[in-house]
Each structure stands twice: as structure tokens, then as C-alpha cells.
Write a protein that binds this ligand. Structure first.
Ligand SMILES: [Zn+2]
Length: 219
């Protein structure tokens, strides 16, 4: 089957994110880019039940090339991110509870924990637009252009990209964890945001040999 590795990566990611509670049923969508072809999840299907033949293949102009099931309604969103970042080879998008809650109440997720830097810093909330619209795709790219590999989408959910599907999943899971920490802080009081100096120190530590591979949740 064409693009077999990419298909398997998308299917594994659907199962992983569903098992971790980030995907419920058919909410969210995933893709992997290989050259000028993109494998995307189908519309209206539970993402942990998708089979290789259910996935659609589109080109970078959005033309639906193969697959019996209609591609996700967020094709424009995925393509806009691939065009925005040449490093993006995989995209994960969900309506997970923590990130969606923050997207409904905030304009930015500030760096209250040092692992936020793994996403590039403060994660911005893209302005609201109707799902599946070109405007939503543009708004998300605008939020990502502030220098992060993940964004929140107002009154909608979260999205991340990576140069592998594993990385796109890790980033989405980290964003969800950061949102959960943030909303756990609110009943206790306004969380303290790390200062630029503190973030610079973290970056210095990242760059040292010991942390050369980047921050991990376990550190
Ligand atoms: Zn969505």
C-alpha cells in the first residue's frame, strides 16, 4: 500500500492519543507529510479505530488523491502549517479537556513551568474562527509564528507539529500537561510566571551536554 510507513504512524498516534485521553471518538485529526503527499485521518471516524485503508492521501494543494473516506475537514489547517514550517512532517490536533478549557479562557499560556520551553515558550491562543475554515488556518499559523511548535485554538482545542509523528504526539501531550497544571493552579491563586532571566538560565542548561537532547518530563 502506498505510503505504508506514514499510514502506520498516523494509526499508532491515534491509538496513543486516545489511550492517553487526549482524543475522544472522532474529535481531532492527524497527518503525516512525506514529500509532497500528506496522509490524513478521515472525517467522522473514531481515531483509535482507523485502519490503513481508511486514511486519505492529499497533495500540498489539498487535492484528494486516494482513500475512500473523505479527508478531515481541517485539511486547510494541516496544509497551512506544513507550508508555514518546513520542519513540520507530522501534525496532531485534539479537543482534549485541559487545553480546550485554557483556550476558552486565556489568550496565552504563560511559561509557568520550565518544560514550556520545549514548545518554544509561551503558547499563544489562535483567534477563534469556524472549524475547517481558511481563517482558522491563518489564525493558527499566526499563533505559531510567535515561535512555538504548538498552539491553542480559541474555544476549540490544541495543535502541535513535529519532524516526526512521535515528536508531534510528545508536544501535544506536553501542552495538555502544561494546561492541566495551569488550570490546577487557578483555584490556588495566580501562578507565578518564570522570568526572562530564569528562562535564559533554563536554555543555558538545555544547551549543556547533560541536557543536550532537550527537557524531559522526568527531569
Ligand atoms: Zn478540531
Amino acid at each position: 500500500m502506498e505510503l505504508e510507513t506514514a499510514r502506520n504512524e498516523v494509526i499508532a498516534a491515534g491509538k496513543r492519543l486516545a489511550a492517553n485521553g487526549l482524543i475522544i471518538g472522532s474529535s481531532g485529526n492527524l497527518s503525516v507529510r512525506e514529500g509532497d503527499r500528506v496522509v490524513v485521518t478521515p472525517s467522522g471516524m473514531a481515531l483509535d479505530a482507523v485502519q490503513p485503508e481508511d486514511l486519505a492521501v492529499i497533495d500540498m494543494d489539498g487535492n484528494w488523491l486516494t482513500g475512500q473516506r473523505k479527508p478531515t475537514s481541517e485539511v486547510q489547517l494541516h496544509l497551512a502549517i506544513y507550508q508555514h514550517s518546513p520542519e513540520a512532517c507530522a501534525i496532531t490536533h485534539t479537543h482534549a479537556v485541559g487545553s480546550t478549557a485554557v483556550s476558552c479562557t486565556c489568550s496565552v499560556l504563560p511559561p509557568i513551568h520550565y518544560t514550556n520551553l520545549y514548545l518554544g515558550g509561551a503558547v499563544h491562543v489562535a483567534k477563534y474562527a469556524t472549524y475547517g475554515s481558511k481563517q482558522l488556518a491563518e489564525n493558527v499559523v499566526t499563533a505559531l509564528a510567535k515561535g512555538t511548535s504548538a498552539a491553542l485554538m480559541a474555544n476549540h482545542g490544541s495543535i502541535a507539529y513535529g519532524n516526526t509523528m512521535a515528536q508531534a504526539c510528545e508536544r501535544l501531550e506536553l501542552l495538555e500537561w502544561l494546561c492541566d497544571v495551569y488550570r490546577a493552579c487557578i483555584p490556588l491563586g495566580q501562578p507565578r510566571v518564570l522570568t526572562p532571566e530564569e528562562l535564559t538560565d533554563v536554555m543555558r542548561m538545555y544547551r549543556s551536554d547533560r541536557y543536550a537532547s532537550g527537557p524531559q518530563q522526568a527531569n
